[in-house]
Design a protein around this ligand. Structure first.
Ligand SMILES: C[S@@+](CC[C@H](N)C(=O)[O-])C[C@H]1O[C@@H](n2cnc3c(N)ncnc32)[C@H](O)[C@@H]1O
Length: 203
């Protein structure tokens, strides 16, 4: 089955190349298309476990940059790069914004990435509600977490509720594009909204 082969191929490739996850290829694909990350950038990575994006982002921002991730799960083994910090926490918790900001050194990020996705329950209504809550929590974090003019990439699982949030998010940026990545598993409903020039918190 093509779907199985594709999954297998990228998993095997990730393993061979010593990557923590096949998800790493997604950020590389986004970077190739949009050049989102630059040397020296300060980056927040929401839903970062097991750390594939952290490693890619760490390399792209270089030693002068900083990458702060957060996930419900602990990134283990920890990322060895000195420009990476991985926090354990829930994006829906009230104190998460302050914790991320502190780890970023007190200044909002140049780039916010989110590959976060709720664990699927198999009950469609519940899965959609969980995705909606997660996207809303991330949307609510942006004003304090992303600096005006900053960039953003977020995974969105298709659904009527997600569409509304997608629309709202787009208005917060001067430019936005939705892409389906080649490295996404065939049949998946995931898309990435890639947006630039954040208008800023109060806009
Ligand atoms: C597809 S994985 C991320 C893969 C990662 N980008 C990589 O490259 O290794 C999605 C992650 O989102 C996390 N997640 C889901 N809901 C979350 C929440 N409320 N708070 C923090 N992390 C969450 C999950 O724990 C999961 O590890």
């Amino acid at each position: 089955m093509p779907r199985y082969e594709r999954k297998d191929h990228l998993h095997q490739r990730a393993k061979k190349e010593g990557l923590r996850s096949r998800a790493a290829y997604k950020l590389e694909e986004i970077q190739k298309q949009f050049s989102l990350l630059s040397k020296g950038d300060r980056v927040a990575d929401l839903g970062c476990w097991p750390g594939g994006w952290l490693e890619v982002a760490s390399r792209l921002v270089g030693p002068g940059g900083r990458v702060v991730g957060i996930d419900l799960a602990e990134v283990d083994p920890p990322i060895a790069a000195p420009n990476v910090t991985a926090l354990v926490g829930d994006l829906e918790d009230a104190e998460t914004g302050a914790r991320l900001l502190e780890a970023l050194g007190g200044e909002p990020a140049d780039v916010v990435l989110s590959d976060a996705a709720p664990k699927l329950t198999g009950v469609r209504e519940r899965d959609r509600a969980n995705e909606e809550r997660l996207l809303e929590a991330i949307e609510a974090l942006l004003p304090r977490l992303l600096q005006p003019g900053g960039s953003f990439a977020i995974k969105i699982l298709e659904g009527p509720e997600a569409q509304q949030i997608d629309r709202r998010l787009r208005t917060a940026f001067a430019k936005a594009k939705t892409v389906k990545l080649a490295s996404t598993r065939k049949g998946s409903t995931e898309r990435y909204l890639v947006a630039r020039d954040y208008r800023g918190g109060e806009g």
